[in-house]
Ligand binder design. Sequence first.
Ligand SMILES: Cc1cc2nc3c(=O)[nH]c(=O)nc-3n(C[C@H](O)[C@H](O)[C@H](O)COP(=O)(O)O)c2cc1C
Length: 276
Amino acid sequence: MDFSDAVRMRKSVRKYLDRDIDEKKLRSILEIGLRAPSARNEQPWRFLVIRDPEKRKQLARAAKNQQFVAEAPVVLAACGVNVDHVMTCGQPAYTVDVSVAVDHITLAAPAEGLGTCWIGAFHEDEAKAILGVPENVRIVALLTIGYPAENPPPTSRATFESRVATDMWPDAWSVELTGKSTEEVENKKTEPAEKPLPSTAAQEAAASAADSGSSTAEAKTPSEKSTTTNTKKSTAEKNSDPRPYAVKKATVAKKASAPKKTTPVRNKKTTRKAKA
Ligand SMILES: Cc1cc2nc3c(=O)[nH]c(=O)nc-3n(C[C@H](O)[C@H](O)[C@H](O)COP(=O)(O)O)c2cc1C
């Protein structure tokens, strides 16, 4: 199977046959996950393979009663370590690295006749207690793995033009994301910034780690404190969301572990050498 076939064949599978996965088969897809790139090649992932039916039942409960979590013969808990490593770009390395590895696994599975579903809707504290995961380790994702008992139709994707642009951030995207008119967006570009955008929990974690002097040297650069991200969901995404599970905004907000505060937007360029 070539790469584009593998990408096309990957779809979220939420119904599984009652059939065990051979250890060798599972190992071969996990090994592909272990080939993923990672910042500083730290490979900050640890994968827990959960086959025990009672634990899978408990995980299904922690995953907001998504029943297929209990029905899949294997649930993978993709964990991240070295959680203090924040890259120069402001993103925590483990979240990115573990996600890349999980994605490799999802793409490797169909060639072995296996289906997967990424589970992000789970209560991490509950999952950690079930699996005995220590405090300084994060569970980035759960992944159900098994032989598909369904062949779901491919889900839709936004158009190429609505997601890809060249050289400059297009006004049309700001219009879509902010709900402002084109004129307002154009005028805004010539005005000085009024107030900082809310920063993400990850950037806050980096900033507070840098403040307390407990993080890596990288986390102390001004750019970490100044980077901001617009996390608003576009209308197109809201309307085409095919997920059959509920994501409550309040839960998501509560789960962001770092305390909310804003950091000033600064333009000072960092001279520190990027390591990640
Ligand atoms: C970060 C992430 C979290 C997700 N969480 C869940 C989940 O909790 N439950 C679920 O059924 N699907 C979950 N999904 C699967 C998405 O709903 C699915 O990927 C999306 O609808 C596109 O469909 P496809 O994977 O079939 O292409 C998640 C996917 C990602 C990448």
